[in-house]
Design a protein around this ligand. Structure first.
Ligand SMILES: Cc1ncc(COP(=O)(O)O)c(C=O)c1O
Length: 401
């Protein structure tokens, strides 16, 4: 019998963490993990309750401290990400903030990738600064820039790869070596690649965070997040920042997410297959100035993508030749694909940052950070790829006619 860590991803996604609690019973074991939709757990004596409060491994006490449905999800995630332990959180930002608050519990300095998901950037550049924690933002596509920014009080290297929305990559092995050499904690947001697209912990990264709102749940029905890493780090996060700041996942969202994950390997493979076809179509289109997709030979880090990624992902970013007007006309013209800010859904979702998420940001600042006026981010869904391409083609036709 193979060790569960050596099983294939599809088997892990379905079976990991799902060992029935009453394995000794001969029948009547629920096939799918039950939903424990309760806030608290009762005890038969004060001594039993006191024992559980002293040794939390011996039983569940209160759902903010842990719940059997959350536990199944966490065990599944730990196996999929090849980590020692995992912690489910109320949102992706709950995971990012809990991981950072844990790693920086005694204060310190962060070196971070300059282009990050906007709320993560805000957390590092404003919220944590008010708590005395400074961040130096660098172009982490060049690992020597990370090394140059390290100070005596640096505690964390914080990264995304591929980044949102420009799909730049970071050499994860090289960054992990720098973190190890300076005794720092490396944290990577693996939302875009998922454990089916890249295995950061196997490449030496200490802590992986996720927005499970995206590919992991895949159904567009929940907001959820996760932290995966060493048991000691995950336990500190659970007993400290998660419990006390309170970004705890609800049992129902944990239950929906764990069912979503059972089909992740199958879904993600198809997202990647569809995205490859859509990227090739867009690269050849006269209305498109450039396409960023790690699987294209034209991506400046395609060789790195081949080295560190198992699959190139379902996200594509394009620049339209006609700038902001073209971006707005393009998304207004879509018929089947949806204009929506999330990603990783079974439905194809597009967003035009200049007219939506980033419209309050002054044009010069947007240009400096690469969020140009004609930029459109596409989360390629699981519709038949011919239908996705047909919808994009009819919307692009307006721009060239
Ligand atoms: C890369 C990345 N990380 C984190 C988040 C935050 O996730 P959530 O919305 O689940 O808090 C997002 C959301 O879009 C994201 O794209």
């Amino acid at each position: 019998m193979k060790n569960k860590k050596n099983l294939g991803k599809a088997t892990q996604a379905i079976h990991a963490g799902e060992a029935p609690a009453n394995a000794a019973a001969k029948s009547g074991i629920p096939l799918i993990p039950p939903l424990y939709q309760n806030s608290t757990f009762r005890f038969t004596s004060a001594a039993e309750c006191a024992a559980a409060c002293t040794d939390e491994e011996s039983g569940y006490i209160y759902t903010r401290w842990g719940n059997p449905t959350q536990r199944v999800l966490e065990e599944k995630l730990a196996v999929l990400e090849d980590g020692e332990a995992a912690l489910a959180t109320a949102s992706g930002m709950g995971a990012v903030s809990t991981a950072l608050l844990t790693a920086l519990a005694d204060g310190g300095h962060v070196v971070a990738m300059e282009t990050l998901y906007s709320a993560t950037h805000h957390l590092l550049s404003e919220d944590l600064v008010r708590m005395g924690i400074e961040t130096t933002f660098v172009d982490a596509t060049n690992p020597t820039e990370i090394e140059r920014a390290i100070r005596s009080d640096t505690k964390v290297i914080y990264l995304e790869s591929p980044t949102n929305p420009l799909l730049k990559l970071v050499d994860l092995g090289a960054c992990a070596e720098i973190a190890e050499a300076h005794a720092l904690i490396s944290i990577l947001d693996n939302t875009f690649a998922t454990p089916c697209g890249q295995q950061p912990i196997a490449l030496g990264i200490d802590v992986v965070v996720h927005s499970m709102t995206k590919y992991l749940s895949g159904n567009g029905a929940v907001i959820a997040g996760a932290i995966v890493g060493k048991k000691t780090f995950v336990e500190r996060a659970q007993k400290g920042a998660l419990r006390n700041f309170g970004a705890v996942i609800s049992p129902f969202n944990a239950w929906l997410t764990l069912h979503g994950i059972t089909t992740l390997p199958l879904r993600f493979a198809q997202h990647c297959e569809n995205a490859g076809r859509v990227a090739a179509f867009l690269e050849a289109h006269p209305a498109v100035a450039w396409v960023s997709y790690p699987g294209l030979r034209s991506h400046p880090q395609h060789e790195l993508a081949k080295r560190q990624m198992d699959k190139f992902g379902g996200m594509i970013t394009i620049e339209l030749k006609g700038g902001r007007v073209a971006g707005e006309q393009f998304v207004n013209q879509l018929q089947r694909c949806a204009l929506a800010v999330s990603l990783g859904d079974v439905r194809t979702l597009l967003c035009h940052p200049a007219s939506t998420t980033h419209s309050p940001v002054p044009t010069e600042i947007r240009q400096q950070t690469g969020i140009t006026d004609g930029l459109v981010r596409i989360s390629v869904g699981l519709e038949d790829v011919e239908d996705i391409i047909a919808d994009l083609a009819q919307a692009l036709e307006l721009l060239t006619s």
